[in-house]
Design a protein around this ligand. Structure first.
Ligand SMILES: Nc1nc2c(c(=O)[nH]1)N[C@H]1C(S)=C(S)[C@@H](COP(=O)(O)O)O[C@H]1N2
Ligand SMILES: [Mo]
Length: 335
């Protein structure tokens, strides 16, 4: 009788210990990353499965500390080589639900274990070279990162400071801004719209709005995008043009709609009356080596924009398609 009770106790002990090991949240083979929302196939991948996919390397990634105040000293944390999978490649595995003119209105939320959230615009990941710089990394300087509890770290090598770094990514959610895209219906009805003379700027959180006219842009530094090849998904090659305008960054700063410390879960949507819309993340505007090439243009090849584009259009100089070149801007919302 007695030995039976002992055997039973040992049995319970073994079960308890093994349950403990399997339930440890950081257990490498158990840890999963979810990709859901506006995708063709939602994915639930283990770290092991992700490590089995082709590996992408980015060398000499410099990580500078995010500043909380303008006056904070710049602090270099490290310069390391990182490898893992590009966020873009993981998203392509799931497949994007929105296509054609609906596509530039998409955003991607990346969430971490400690409730962190960082938003990327569709354009920065799929049209600009930030897509080749945004890594879910599991290897640093050749060694698996924290291989004991296994985590995927979000690294954006094109960023200047580390505000968009997430140590342990848990999910990726794809969404589209809730702006009705009426372009195709309007094209069928052959509706053409007159140029705009102002646009409405608003902050979704505070409810603050302001009407913006050309005069509001004149005291901002003028910038030029020299040779922008305009190529559209639907329309193909349109030509190479130069644009003059102001950066979206300097405009939002001047209007005091965005200021530091930056909230990288926010983004800006720009659209026209026909609902054609594009998104720009706060990270790509305020914390990226490419931030200066996102421009609100009022001149093309030295002349004031023609009526189909006037009075203002977006030009994302480094994007490889015209998807974010919103013409006849009528609204801008900071979400
Ligand atoms: N206002 C507005 N801007 C827009 C669009 C649109 O439908 N409406 N289309 C976009 C797309 S998808 C492309 S490829 C380019 C070129 O479009 P276009 O052929 O209408 O000039 O403009 C962009 N800007
Ligand atoms: Mo397009």
């Amino acid at each position: 009788m007695k030995s039976r009770a002992v055997k039973y106790q040992i049995f319970i002990l073994v079960i308890t210990i093994s349950l403990f090991f399997f339930q440890t949240p950081g257990h490498a083979s158990q840890k999963k990353i979810t990709i859901r929302g506006a995708v063709e196939t939602a994915l639930d991948l283990t770290l092991k499965e992700i490590q089995g996919l082709p590996e992408f390397h980015i060398n000499a990634v410099s990580i500078l500390k995010e500043k909380q105040n303008e006056t904070d000293k710049e602090e270099l944390i490290e310069v390391s080589n990182y490898s893992g999978i590009l966020l873009r490649d993981l998203l392509e595995r799931a497949g994007m639900e929105y296509k054609r003119k609906w596509e530039p209105g998409v955003i991607i939320r990346v969430r971490g274990e400690n409730n962190e959230e960082v938003v990327f615009s569709f354009g920065e990941i799929f049209y600009s070279c930030i897509g080749r710089s945004t890594l879910l990394s599991y290897r640093k300087n050749g060694q698996l990162v924290k291989s004991s509890n296994g985590s995927l770290e979000l690294i954006v090598s094109n960023d200047i400071r580390n505000g968009r770094r997430i140590e342990s990514v848990t999910e990726i959610i794809v969404e589209r801004v809730n702006i009705d895209m009426k372009v195709y219906q309007e094209m069928k009805k052959e509706i053409t719209r007159p140029p705009t003379t102002y646009f409405q700027l608003s902050d979704k959180k505070t409810g603050h709005t302001k009407k913006i006219t050309f005069e509001d842009l004149t005291d901002l530094p003028k910038v030029q995008i020299h040779d922008k090849a305009q190529i559209g998904d639907c329309v193909g090659f349109m030509g190479v043009y130069s644009y003059t305008g102001v950066t979206l960054r300097s405009f939002l700063e001047k209007e005091q709609f965005v200021s530091g410390a930056y909230d990288y879960s926010r983004y800006v949507a720009v659209y026209s009356e026909n609902g054609f819309c594009a998104t720009f993340s706060i990270g790509e505007l305020f914390n990226s080596k490419l931030g200066n090439n996102i421009v609100m243009a009022y001149k093309k090849d030295g002349k004031i924009l023609a009526s189909g584009e006037a009075f203002l259009m977006m030009v994302a100089g480094e994007d490889n398609t015209g998807g974010r070149s919103v013409k006849q801007i009528s609204n801008m919302i900071v979400f």
